[in-house]
Structure formats: structure tokens, C-alpha cells
Design a protein around this ligand. Structure first.
Ligand SMILES: [Zn+2]
Length: 315
């Protein structure tokens, strides 16, 4: 479930592993929970029926048992038993999880982390989030919000405000929305940069990919900001690697996928800055499953809950 669209896949599991039987994508133009449940039902019908179990990956903060949506900024839902309402609509068992957790599970099982036991997946997009698969299991934490790396503090309490309400969070500096806002402020202040010409007429076109292009073309301002973003990301992820000691760090999401230079820079910096016993053995990889990751992870979690142990292969 994204902010404006939902993607449904039907999977079959067998000796070959997990196989995607069908895919469909529908626009979500409603915020009312019942209407959204009906859109999900329609998507599942288009994908070939709801199957034995349904897994949903949602960009939302969920309760520890993953039944309640505690906060979904995309839909404006708060403290609402989404899993039960969807089960009543579909007439089948429903498993809900956070979209980043689901993507992290899919990458660990079928993507860049397959074959490893401890996998840290970090997705950089409009915000930044992480999912932890530790010793082969998804780690949710005491209240279900483990992996919120966007809200580790990199600046003091008087610095830039983050969407979470606090100040100085990593996301306030490197998340796509906040980074674009920072650039707009600098351009309005008249900073000397080729970006002025590029975005003067339409500042909403600012993107991380264009930022990287400007930095590589030698624009001094873009180079400085890009170096800062890589440093902040590299050090924050190095700290996470030092604490968790994963086998693999997977970098994904549009911010990393469209900016190979940033990705390489961050990967190198993490290996250098993590405690050497963690950094030297760390594999840094790029996410492999793209737009399928969230839905595949949701399917995996739903099947696991249902008692089926899926084979680690994605066909
Ligand atoms: Zn924050």
C-alpha cells in the first residue's frame, strides 16, 4: 500500500520456491478505511482471488502485534484496527506489517541478502527507514518500531526539525523531502550554483538524481551538500553496523538506486567508520527486488504466519 497506489501480487509456493503468479496495480483515491478495504478486495480479485492468506505491507506505524495502525500519515489513520476490518471484508486471515519491514524481509529471503543470517536493509526515498533481519528473524523491537534509523540524532536539539516532531534527526537532512526543502531554501537565499538555473522556474523538480548529476559535474555547492549527505548517511549507518554486526548491509530505495555515486560513497564510508571487526567482514549490496519487495515480503510474512515455511528462492 503506497500513498496513491497499491500493488497486489499473488504468489504460489512449491518446491521451486516462491513464484509470482500475477501482479496488478490500482489507484487508491480514497482515505476512508472501508473504501480502502474495498479497493484491496478489488485488487486481489484482479490478481486472481485472495488465496489462503493475505499479507499487507503498509507505510504505517503499527502496534507490536501488527493488528492496529497506530499512525499512517498517508491515509490519516490513527489507532485503528485495520487487520480486523480487512479480514471482515475479505473473509480470510490477514497479516499486516510495515512496508520497510516487509521489503527488508523479502531482500533477506529472496534478494541481495539471501543466504545470510543477519541483514540490515536501508531504504532511502522521501524519508529513510531500515528493516532488521537478525539471526534469520525479522526484529520488530519492544513497540514495533525497531529500525527507525531516520530518527537517530546527528545534530543538537536546536537544529533542523524533522517530520517526527523532534530536531536534529538524520531524516531531516537526508530524506528526499527534507533535502529538497533545504535546497530550495538555499536557492532562494541566492546560493551560487548551476542548480539556480536548473530549478529557478520549477523548484519542485529538484531530485536526488539531479543533485548527484550537478555534484559530479563539478558544481561546488552541489558537491558540498552531496559530500555532507554521504558523510551523514555513512556515519549513521556505520553506527548501526557497529551495534548490530550484520553480515550484509543492503542499500535500496530511489535515493540509493538512482544515485550510484552516493551509494558507493556511503558503502565505503560505512566499512571505514564501523568498528573494524564489523566493517571488514561487512558485505555492502544494492537492493535487488525493486517494486516487488514490499508485496513479496508481505506474502512471505503471511505464509510464515500460516505455518508454511517458504524456500529461499525467488523465481
Ligand atoms: Zn525524526
Amino acid at each position: 500500500m503506497g500513498a496513491t497506489h497499491l500493488r497486489a501480487i499473488k504468489v504460489r509456493t512449491g518446491r521451486e520456491g516462491i513464484e509470482i503468479v500475477s501482479r496488478t496495480r490500482l489507484k487508491v483515491n480514497e482515505k476512508n478505511p472501508k473504501a480502502v478495504c474495498r479497493i484491496i478486495a478489488r485488487a486481489l480479485e484482479k490478481a486472481g482471488g485472495p488465496g489462503q492468506t493475505v499479507g499487507v505491507a503498509a507505510a504505517a506505524q503499527l502496534s507490536a502485534d501488527s493488528r492496529m495502525v497506530l499512525n499512517s500519515p498517508n491515509y490519516g489513520w490513527r489507532n485503528f484496527d485495520f487487520a480486523t476490518m480487512l479480514e471482515e471484508t475479505l473473509g480470510t486471515r490477514v497479516i499486516v506489517d510495515n512496508d520497510i519491514n516487509a521489503a527488508a524481509v523479502a531482500e533477506a529471503e529472496y534478494g541481495a541478502g539471501r543466504g545470510f543470517k543477519s541483514v540490515l536493509t536501508v531504504l532511502l526515498g522521501s524519508g529513510i527507514g531500515a528493516g532488521l533481519v537478525l539471526d534469520g528473524n525479522l526484529y520488530r523491537g519492544a513497540t514495533g518500531v525497531a529500525g527507525e534509523i531516520g530518527h537517530v540524532k546527528i545534530r543538537g536539539p536546536r537544529s533542523r526539525r524533522c517530520g517526527c516532531g523532534q530536531r536534529g534527526c538524520l531524516e531531516a537532512y537526508v530524506g528526499g523531502i527534507n533535502l529538497a526543502a533545504r535546497l530550495r531554501e538555499d536557492l532562494e537565499r541566492g546560493v551560487d550554483s548551476s542548480l539556480q538555473e536548473m530549478f529557478r522556474d520549477d523548484p519542485s523538480r529538484i531530485s536526488t538524481a539531479l543533485m548527484e548529476k550537478a555534484a559530479l559535474s563539478g558544481d561546488r555547492y552541489a558537491k558540498r551538500i552531496w559530500g555532507q549527505v554521504a558523510g551523514m548517511l555513512g556515519d549513521s549507518l556505520a553506527n548501526a553496523v557497529t551495534v548490530l554486526n550484520p553480515d550484509v548491509l543492503i542499500l535500496g530505495g530511489g535515493g540509493f538506486l538512482h544515485c550510484p555515486h552516493l551509494r558507493d560513497h556511503v558503502g565505503t564510508r560505512v566499512k571505514e567508520r564501523a568498528l573494524s571487526a564489523c566493517g571488514l567482514v561487512l558485505n555492502v549490496r544494492t537492493a535487488e527486488l525493486g517494486d516487488d519487495a514490499g508485496a513479496l515480503g508481505a506474502a512471505f510474512l503471511a505464509d510464515k504466519e500460516h505455518g508454511v515455511k517458504l524456500k529461499r528462492r525467488y523465481v
